[in-house]
Design a protein around this ligand. Structure first.
Ligand code: C2O
Ligand code: CU
Length: 511
């Protein structure tokens, strides 16, 4: 089904109001419900899952350092919207189908409030997973100003819960950022980009089986989900009316598998000011921006002197990435449209600052441990693709156990043909470099023989990151310091179909 483009206006999620706020802390409650919502005006309303009766959920805005408590409440029905594969770890028939747990992606948070995949809970907290510790999560927000997002993280069904709609923005603000005079208020807009496929009746489609079905199973996980329709903030191919002035857009790829390479068909530059973990040292002018699942790019787009123009945000990233088909330029090759039709309401005094904040390089001399971790492609008993980290399933004993305060370098050795967005909870890291290596030799002899020079990260990647594209047949090196909390966290591929099966590992920060 091909839906008309640019006939619905871009929705902007509301800002969530706290239930309670005083000088010490802020308290929110967030309900998860099933609801019907219009995702496109030519479609019947679609049944989705939302936070506070909306998909995407409301935007949570906090100050850096603010103490925030959130009670995430599961008020969903007992029946899931999508086919569950009961052979997937953590999703066996001995647990209820509808389970949830919420992770604030990129948050610096105690482990009990991090949304550990096995800390799930059901409606009324009637049943909980083995690692469930508390009903009310505590967030210390020790991050600097940045664009985070919250989403479901339940073991074995994360791909289905997020696809159903369980995702929203979580913004951290700070005076240091305010003083930069960036476009703000109604000129600052979050854009959550996702792909979905619809059935004729307007309901969401998620496959029961992979392309090559597994005859022994009624329902089987698929190694990738590629939708045929693009949505931004929960609307199919929306448009946004803008004034001829500068805007700040917080781009987030919240898709299951799809990568985006974003461009503007006007050919103009986007000025990237921040990445996953906050502001860069300098804005970087870019013609195209690559976004893997969970990556964020905060950009300024200047519509000055473009009165009357329509500008389309396009995407030309193959799906899956990098080996898949090029997107059809008439459908998934387009994301949304900007219409410069609003009158300028006041003089645009916002700026694209020449310098923003210092991003001190994490020192390699302080490294106490180096870990070599492979990204592997295996096969399970049904002949399905089974991607693992360091060749270990989720249940294998914990092997990544950094000490509190320790600085480590991780070598992400990708022997697969896919690019995997690798995400670590709790901390932000820096990308050191990427380097091609001889995969065959590595597979045979377990030694890394580089076949090319070390390539530094792209200029827009030289900030704080929590998700990095580990490209095929490359070693990607990241450096990070673990803290300020100890406890049990996870690291994983953010392609949700990989994460669920079982490209995810626990890690522990120890004292
Ligand atoms: Cu965006 Cu472990 O998650
Ligand atoms: Cu992956």
């Amino acid at each position: 089904m091909i839906l008309s483009k640019f006939i619905d206006e871009l929705p902007i999620p509301p800002i969530l109001k706290p239930r309670w706020k005083n000088q010490f802390y802020t308290y929110y409650e967030v309900n998860m419900t099933e609801l019907r919502q219009s995702l496109h005006s030519q479609l019947n309303d679609t049944t989705v899952w939302g936070y506070e009766d909306g998909y995407p959920g409301p935007t949570i805005e906090v100050e850096s350092g603010e103490k925030v408590f959130i009670k995430w409440i599961n008020n969903l029905p007992d029946k899931h919207l999508f086919p569950i594969d009961y052979t997937v770890h953590g999703a066996h028939r001995d647990v209820p189908d509808v389970r949830t747990v919420v992770h604030v992606h990129g948050a610096c948070v105690e482990w009990e409030s991090d949304g550990y995949p096995e800390a799930w809970f059901t409606k009324g907290f009637k049943q909980v997973g083995p690692y469930f510790r508390k009903q009310i999560y505590r967030y210390d927000n020790c991050n600097h100003a940045c664009t985070l997002w919250y989403h479901d993280h339940t073991i074995g069904i994360t791909r289905l819960n997020i696809y159903a709609g369980l995702a929203g923005f979580y913004l951290i603000r700070e005076n240091r950022e305010r003083s930069l005079n960036l476009p703000s208020g109604k000129y600052e807009i979050p854009l959550m980009i996702q792909d979905k496929t619809f059935n004729k009746d307007g309901s969401l489609y998620y496959p029961k089986q992979p392309e090559k079905p597994i005859p022994e199973l009624e329902m089987s996980i698929t190694p990738k989900f590629i939708g045929d329709t693009i949505l931004v903030n929960g609307k199919v191919w929306p448009y946004l009316k803008v004034e001829p002035r500068k805007y700040r857009f917080r781009l987030l790829n919240a898709s299951n598998t799809r990568f985006y390479r974003i461009k503007l068909d006007s050919g103009q530059l986007m000025y990237q000011i921040a990445t996953d973990g906050g502001l860069l040292e300098y804005p970087v002018g870019l013609k195209e921006i690559m976004l893997a699942p969970a990556e964020r790019a905060d950009v300024i787009i200047d519509f000055t002197n473009l009165e009357g123009k329509n500008i389309i945000m396009t995407n030309d990233a193959p799906a899956p990435f990098p080996g898949g088909d090029k997107p059809d330029p008439n459908t998934v090759g387009q994301v949304m449209q900007f219409r410069v039709t609003l009158p300028l309401s006041s003089v645009d005094t916002s700026t694209i600052p020449a310098h923003m904040i210092p991003v001190p390089k994490t020192k390699e001399q302080s490294v106490t441990r180096v870990r070599c971790l492979t990204l592997n492609d295996n096969m399970d008993q049904y002949g399905r693709e089974w991607m693992l980290l360091d060749n270990k399933p989720w249940d294998a004993p914990i092997s990544e156990n950094p000490k509190l305060g320790a600085t480590e370098i991780w070598y992400l050795i990708n022997v697969t043909d896919d690019s995997h967005p690798i995400h670590l909870h709790l901390i932000d890291f820096q990308i050191l470099d990427r380097r091609n290596f001889d995969v065959e030799k590595f597979n045979k002899e377990k030694v890394i023989e580089y076949t090319g020079p070390a390539m530094p990260p792209e200029p827009q990647e030289r900030g704080w990151k929590d998700t990095v594209r580990a490209n095929p047949k490359q070693v990607t090196r990241i450096i990070m310091q673990f803290g300020p909390f100890t406890g049990l966290y996870v690291w994983h591929c953010h392609i949700l179909e990989h994460e669920d099966y079982e490209m995810m590992r626990p890690y522990i920060v120890i004292r």
